[in-house]
Ligand binder design. Sequence first.
Ligand code: DNO
Length: 350
Amino acid sequence: MKLTFRWYGKNDSISLNYIRQIPNMSGVVTALYDVPVGEAWKEQSLIELKKLCNENGLEMEVIESIPVHEEIKYGGPNRDYYIENYIKNIELVARHGVKCICYNFMPVFDWLRTNMHHQNEDGSNSLSYSYEEFKKVDPNNLHLPGWDESYTKDELNNLLKIYQKMSHEDLFNNLVYFLNKIIPVCEKCNVNMAIHPDDPPWDIFNLPRIVSNEQDLDKMFNAVPSKRNGLTLCTGSFGASKNNDLVHMANKYSSQGRVHFLHMRNILYTDDHDSFCEVGHCSSSGSINMAKIVEALVNNNFDGYVRPDHGRNIFGEDGKPGYGLYDRALGANYINGLFEAFEYTKKKGE
Ligand code: DNO
């Protein structure tokens, strides 16, 4: 595996020099975050970004994300224009050594939480999702921070209206349309596409979601079988649904060579509904057995990228929710420990 760390570019309060000090860190996962969704990226900006990483001893082999324009998702009249731009971006990043692109196909919203600063007993805070709180949220009047992109109220309402007419099947067909155009390009330029699961993995606000569980993944991989069409195995996202068997999924998709990227995050279920709180990365902190997932991946010779996903704010840090330094650094070294132990055991048994 290659250990990486998400870095939000020059505006990130965490310096590359700190990131490189985390043991075994190979590189950062980043993007040109200031380009409007759907537009072609500028080569010069990418070159500068990569130069910054490399000067600090870090690689830039994973992009998270090249966001997918909503017109591609809902099949709007300009989708081919946006797909052409997407292809240009794949070709561009591939020319500069990128091997893996993380993206998602969630309509309108990316990840969703009801509290960005849930107070934990130990004085730390983290992101959480409460079933009760969520019931009170009015999608037409949203004030929930945390998305990579934001809309004006009118834009949001228009988008929500468009999607109300769409079924899961419509959205799925648009995903397949998109993949059929981009995957041949990825094959030519040796780039893996790693779709990020829905977070949380169920429909929200009556919007269809189609990357939530094993059935969804099978359907997508059957429709577009190329191995370039792969997955970001996000333990916290899939894990939020008690119906997802993460160890089975890790085994199955890594044996198929489809896990290109691993996001490691633990959550604690806080009620019998769908509520959860994000916790420290190790298994004893939450509801997910992280060791068994890593064991499954190592047994299937997983050699993709890994990053610690959302951390808590600890040690008095007031970091970007989910993306502070300290807890993710602890998480990174926990990941190092798990992989080292399972890889050692595997080698010994061979
Ligand atoms: C949340 C992230 C997501 C992810 C996108 C990929 O912390 O994992 O925002 O980057 O869904 O497009």
